[in-house]
Design a protein around this ligand. Structure first.
Ligand code: HEM
Length: 450
């Protein structure tokens, strides 16, 4: 009798889940996956996520991916690089909850602005927004400049050395900047005192993204058995060493320290790499500097000088198009949503693939080419085709800060050095470790200008 009841229940469950599944699957195509494991098998290594995404999008600009059997997947969600869906999501006031993967950042960033949602997020966003008013940003230029001067000192010793790996040098620069601007504390990271912090951020970012794509590590109980868990605990200890008494404050400080230095470091490194590869672009940037500054070798740079660097701004925009520091963002539906006749069920994770959107030839002809000029006359009628800072209510609060900082340091470097590719040319290996990085460094050669 019990057996019959169990059998009956199993059959009922099958049809119930199948019915719901059909409703979901009608929405968006699902690339072929393993009947039991779903798409796990080809999402095993973080370094291949960009390739995996490319392959999946051959089925449509929005696809459904699942971990586990089709009928009762462990996880299921949408991955999209579709303009209209992205516009719908980012414009929505209802869709501000972050996807489940962000939970892996929680131990580190707590309820900081990046992760929180609802009224808590609204309140904090409102409190923090004035900190990015341009009157305040103006005062930060001095900090960018002073930290930039320290970097210049350090770069002198690389004059005509075959290779300089920019990654760590620039990251320590951006760390000095964020600590002094966000917390008013000089930590002298560039003097070598904070390498452990930088390494811990890197380890955290790597383990977080690996968890998000691992069928084993997504479960806490299984994650605790892996080496990554211990690596992460060690990193957390270093990241939280500076004990601040008020936990809310610490969560925001952690969030700004992370979002505010790793992202800009990535942008600066890739911009310098692109300039090395494109001497004609670099020359234009250099000429612009000479037009702005009479004494271009050693000027005192002001906020208004940075505003004048229009071509450098195009270079940075083009860099962030090809190498968006945040290549992927996520949202989570808290209610069923209708989009263009499709049903997106409640509790769906939606991954927005910024990297893929930015390389769509419909919006950016010859998308793989580095052409800053395309931003001189950028067609703003399609604003959601270019979203390195996301868009809508949850866009990046620090985007103006980031642009100023990146301009400040790159203008300094270009005025003092000619940036060249290494011989043989160093090919970056893109690795989306939460923030887009190069797995093998960002290497160039520097030659001092006369
Ligand atoms: C090139 C540099 C940067 C890029 C490309 C970038 C990109 C982004 C993106 C795409 C988001 C949305 C994330 C999501 O929805 O998951 C974001 C959010 C955020 N960014 Fe940035 N960011 C940069 C620099 C900065 C800087 C310098 C700061 C602070 C000083 C900052 C602070 C934040 C914060 C706090 C959020 C969360 C905002 C919210 O949810 O209300 N970012 N950033």
């Amino acid at each position: 009798m019990l057996l019959v009841a169990a059998l009956f229940f199993a059959v009922f469950l099958y049809f119930f889940l199948k019915k719901n599944r059909t409703k979901n699957d009608k929405s968006f195509p699902q690339p072929p996956g393993n009947i039991l494991l779903g798409h796990i098998l080809y999402i095993t290594s973080t370094t291949h996520i960009l390739d995996v995404a490319k392959k999946n999008f051959s089925y449509g600009n929005t696809v459904t991916l699942r971990f586990g059997p089709d009928i009762c997947p462990i996880r299921k969600g949408l991955v999209t690089q579709d303009y209209n869906l992205i516009q719908f999501i980012l414009n929505s006031r209802k869709l501000i909850k972050k996807s489940e993967n962000y939970i892996f950042l929680k131990k580190w960033l707590g309820n900081g602005l990046l992760i929180s949602d609802g009224d808590y997020w609204k309140r904090h966003r409102k409190i923090l927004t004035p900190a990015f008013h341009f009157e305040i940003l103006k005062n930060f230029v001095e900090v960018f400049e002073a930290a930039g001067d320290v970097l210049m000192e350090k770069l002198q010793k690389y004059d005509e050395v075959a290779t300089v790996d920019l990654d760590i040098l620039i990251t320590l620069y951006t760390l000095d900047v964020i600590c002094e601007t966000a917390m008013g504390t000089k930590i002298n990271a560039q003097s070598g005192q904070n390498i452990a912090y930088v390494e811990s951020v890197r380890n955290m970012c790597k383990t977080v993204i690996e968890r998000a794509f691992s069928p084993i590590k997504v479960f806490d109980q299984l994650y605790w058995l892996t080496g990554d868990y211990y690596k992460q605990q060690k990193a957390l200890k270093i990241l939280h060493d500076d004990v601040l008494s008020i936990s809310e404050l610490r969560e925001e400080v952690d969030t700004f320290m992370f979002e505010g230095h790793d992202t800009t470091a990535s942008g600066i490194c890739f911009a310098l790499y692109c300039l090395a590869d494109h001497p004609e672009v670099q020359e234009k940037v250099f000429q612009e500097q000479k037009e702005i500054f009479e004494d271009w070798k050693n000027p005192e740079t002001t906020y208004s000088d940075l505003q004048k660097m229009k071509y450098l701004e195009c270079v940075l925009k083009e860099t962030l198009r090809l190498y968006p520091s945040v290549p992927v963002i996520g949202r989570y539906t808290t209610e069923e949503m209708n989009f263009d006749g499709y049903v997106i069920p409640k509790n769906t994770n939606i991954v927005i693939f910024i990297y893929g959107l930015h390389r769509n030839p419909d919006y950016f002809p010859e998308p793989e080419k580095f052409k800053p000029e395309r931003f001189e006359n950028f067609n703003n009628s399609l604003p959601f085709s270019y979203i390195p800072f996301s868009a809508g209510p949850r866009n990046c609060i620090g985007q103006k800060f980031a642009m100023l900082e990146m301009k400040s340091v790159i203008s300094k470097i270009v005025r003092q050095f000619e940036i060249k590719p290494t011989v043989p040319r160093h090919e970056v290996q893109l690795s989306p470790e939460t923030v887009l990085k190069s797995g093998n460094g960002v290497k160039v050669t520097l030659k001092k200008r006369d």
